[in-house]
Design a protein around this ligand. Structure first.
Ligand SMILES: [Zn+2]
Length: 450
């Protein structure tokens, strides 16, 4: 049954391959009395060479439909079959090999025992795997492309040799393409990015790049819009994954913000800059809560009751227990422990003037103690309801010279700005991206980028 399926696949592959040659010539040959088909035209690669396929009757000129019909009813061709499958959730190695048409105990044993080949056991659902096999299901080779823990794209090949099998992992050479997408917020950011077919990894980058200015959990409004230009990475015409966001534009509450990725000449680290060349990275994040698809439907800012600011001295963010809390800025942990009504609380000192406090945590992140140096965005603990708290939330305080202040009332300085030749180079790039945004939103007023 399986072999017949494969024959149909091979038959259709051949049909499409030789369609351009229009006619095939059938010549009789060999002492066995078999008849072979040969092509009048070249360019038959890569699937089975039809010259090796026996046919059952002799004709001088054979029309294509006849050939296709015959191939579908033929015996075993000598050329390898090629099959491709995607990993499904909960797949075992046996499930995957079965779907690929592999029936090979030796290959299975090798994949389970070889340190490199075992990579095939840990593929994420959705990954493609190609197999080349003999007519009776013996594996000749299996190939897959995947992304390792360091975000490097690798190619893993298991192939048969004269001693059995060998496995090797090499860097995959990927082709970069640029995608442009546009969307409007109706219910949530992720609903909008899904509707625009923007991958989650790209949606998360958009959140990160604007996180000093927009709290995506509480600032979004119906009708907010985004445009995004990002890289996608391809291998042999197959999509592998999304890459970096090159530029994005976000219109929130009537204000449009733009960000363009820029690497300074001779520098190895890039960053996002606004059209005037100012870094989007600021000393403090707008919200210390990590925004994700999971928390996007839950997180709400609880505004202190009017006139209560002096007593309350902080901003409360409602969020599910366990939501990661991030350091709002670079700094040093001044206190990490339990303190009265604050419950589990962390105090971070940022330079000599600013400090931030994070209260009611369920627990601290591993390695966070007094004296720990933390960087902006680093997870320091998790939302809880310890201390004087009526429900799961983060109580966040922003202090200037130990005096609690509303962080939204403080003008937080940009961390860096481009100047001179760098600014000139950047403006050329920013203008190009601005032009792309204009194409994405016809009829919309463009933001001047001077
Ligand atoms: Zn509070």
């Amino acid at each position: 049954m399986r072999i017949q399926d494969k024959l149909l696949q091979v038959g259709s592959a051949i049909r499409s391959t030789i369609f351009s040659s229009r006619k095939v010539r059938v010549v009789s040959a060999s002492a066995l009395g078999l008849t072979f088909i040969a092509f009048g035209a070249a360019g038959v690669a890569p699937l089975p060479d039809a010259a090796d396929l026996p046919v059952t009757r002799k004709v001088e000129e054979l029309a294509l439909p006849d050939l296709a019909t015959q191939i579908a009813t033929l015996g075993k061709p000598a050329q390898p079959f090629v099959s491709e499958e995607r990993v499904r959730p909960g797949d075992s190695l046996a499930d995957l090999l079965d779907r690929l048409g592999v029936d090979d105990a030796q290959a299975t044993a090798f994949i389970k025992s070889d340190a490199t080949a075992r990579g095939l056991l840990h593929l994420r659902p959705g990954r493609r795997i190609q197999a080349s096999l003999t007519a009776d299901g013996k594996l000749l080779s299996a190939t897959t492309i995947f992304t390792d823990g360091k975000d490097q794209t690798k190619k893993l090949v298991v192939s048969r040799n004269n001693k059995g099998f060998a496995a090797q992992q090499v860097d995959a050479v990927l082709e970069r393409r640029t995608e442009m997408r546009s969307g409007e917020i109706h219910s949530s950011l992720f609903a909008a990015t899904d509707a625009a077919q923007v991958p989650d990894a790209v949606a998360s980058q958009i959140v990160e790049m604007f996180s000093a200015d927009i709290d995506f959990a509480s600032d979004l409004r119906r009708g907010d819009r985004f445009n995004v230009v990002y890289e996608t990475l391809w291998q042999d015409g197959e999509y592998v994954r999304s890459g970096r966001v090159l530029a994005a534009e976000f219109r929130n509450a009537g204000k449009t913000r733009q960000a363009v990725w820029f690497v300074k000449p001779g520098g190895d680290q890039g960053g996002y800059f606004d059209p005037q060349g100012k870094s989007l990275k600021k000393a403090f994040l707008k919200s210390p809560l990590q925004f994700s698809r999971v928390t996007s439907g839950f997180s709400l800012r609880i505004h202190p009751i009017s006139g209560q600011w002096k007593q309350h001295k902080g901003i409360d963010f409602a969020a599910p227990i366990g939501t990661p809390i991030r350091a709002a800025g670079d700094g040093v942990v001044e206190f990490a422990g339990t303190q009265g009504g604050y419950g589990n609380v962390i105090l971070i000192q940022h330079g000599s003037v600013y400090s931030t406090a994070y209260a009611h945590m369920s627990r601290m992140a591993a390695g966070i103690h007094r004296g720990t140096r933390v960087s902006q965005g680093e997870v320091i603990g998790y939302v809880g309801t310890t201390g004087w708290s009526t429900g799961p939330h983060l109580h966040y305080e922003f202090r200037v010279n130990n005096d609690a202040r509303d962080p939204n009332s403080i003008a937080v300085p940009h961390t860096q700005a481009l100047a001179g030749i760098e600014l000139q180079n950047f403006r050329g790039l920013a203008n190009d991206m601005n032009h792309r945004f204009a194409l994405l939103t016809p009829g919309q007023l463009q933001v001047a980028s001077r």
